[in-house]
Design a protein around this ligand. Sequence first.
Ligand code: FES
Length: 297
Amino acid sequence: MLHRAVDRFLERQRWLEPLADFLQKIAAAIYKGTAGHALKSFLNGTWLGHPLHPVITDIPVGAWTLAILFDLIHLANRGSAVWIDGATLLVGVGVLAALGAWVTGYTDWSDTYDRERRFGIAHALLMSTALVLYIVSFFLRLPVAGHAFAIILSWIGYVLVITAAYLGGELVFNIGTGVNHHAWQTPPTEWTPALRESMLTEGKPQKADVDGTPIFFCKRGTSILAISNTCAHAGGPLNEGPLQGDVITCPWHGSRFDIRTGAVKGGPATVAQVRYETRVQAGQVEVRRAPDSLQPS
Ligand code: FES
């Protein structure tokens, strides 16, 4: 299988590890403090409710695919400048969008570990090389439409883009990076016993597994608040993070969630936590998924 061969190949590339360490340290320095966290959340796509990187990546791939088509039409029919001028424009549009994809991808990758980190940095190195080739190609095309070397550079870049896109696909579809970690949970939709009320201490996070779904509880006066305990970002255990007021911080990468609503208050998570309704029956806390909670049932 191709993905196994790629996996083994990347595992042997030990030189990637110090490079990845270095790049993640830079990201940690850039995204430090309140302003840094806000910028990181923006680039993660928290404001959009969806990772921003995959929204942008289709633009360069689409633009550069069309650019190849326009180059080919130009080479087949040299009479009109329209096609080669169009190719130059498409290469430029692709470069601009790829810069956005680069920044957002780097931001998402900065929270990865181990195998996903290896796939991520290989994906990034190929895409970065392709981007450099496309930038050179664009500046060669500008003064000389149809510059042969510029066309060759962009075609080499396109092969790298397709290879990198394969690795990006492996990251999401095979490894699960960036996937909502509630996607395959089955939260109870009918009232289901979770834990004894006596197990709850005022203002202290508590976790209980309910039919295989980990749920976070917190007693607030006469209310018992409950949201998914599995962080939507990468599955971190929320009950192990610090609780300040109504906001719990994930211990893995620092996503913050409102425990009253499940809403994301800070990235890298982009999807809200499942929220549960609670009631107490004969000393037993029961839960069911809140009907306005948009997560899978
Ligand atoms: S697992 Fe990444 S922020 Fe929670």
